[in-house]
Design a protein. Structure first.
Length: 156
């Protein structure tokens, strides 16, 4: 029973992480990390699946392996989030909403500036540079072609 509850929570975390890609104030990485953690504890198949998704490779894997977020990415997160918060504050002229938005802004600042470590861009560059992966695949294909080795011959 507990396994199914944890798997349900993992699916909710994954859905929230996916939604976080499109909603600036909703974080993606923590939800992806939670989903991967719970899937790893409940289902090897789901663990393998989530780690094969583009969402995991773009958000979860770089954070897990580097232990932080690059300075440029942090600035982008804060800028977009504060822009959305400011627009919300202008559109909703209520002091209680302003108080909640101010709390979110302070929490985000604490999270980005204090809690989450800042890592060098080079540490995570190989995760976010798909062109590098494509270039290496093209190079290996060219090398096989030059050597006269077809793909079918490699499998045998």
């Amino acid at each position: 029973m507990l396994r199914y509850v944890l798997m349900g929570i993992a699916w909710v975390a994954f859905a929230l992480g996916l939604l976080g890609v499109f909603v600036p104030v909703l974080p993606t990485t923590p939800f992806m990390l939670l989903a991967a953690f719970l899937f790893a504890r409940t289902s090897p198949r789901m663990d393998a699946w989530i780690k094969s998704t583009k969402l995991w490779k773009a958000y979860g894997q770089p954070f897990k392996e580097s232990g932080g977020i690059a300075k440029r990415k942090k600035i982008h997160i804060i800028a977009v989030s504060y822009l959305v918060l400011a627009v919300s504050a202008v559109l909703v002229q209520r002091p209680i909403v302003w108080a909640v938005l101010a709390g979110v802004a302070l929490f985000l600042a604490w999270l980005m500036l204090v809690r989450i470590p800042t890592v060098e861009q080079d540490t995570i560059a190989h995760f976010v540079d798909p062109a590098g992966a494509v270039d290496s695949l093209a190079d290996s294909a060219a090398e096989r072609h030059a050597a006269g080795v077809s793909r079918g011959e490699l499998v045998q």
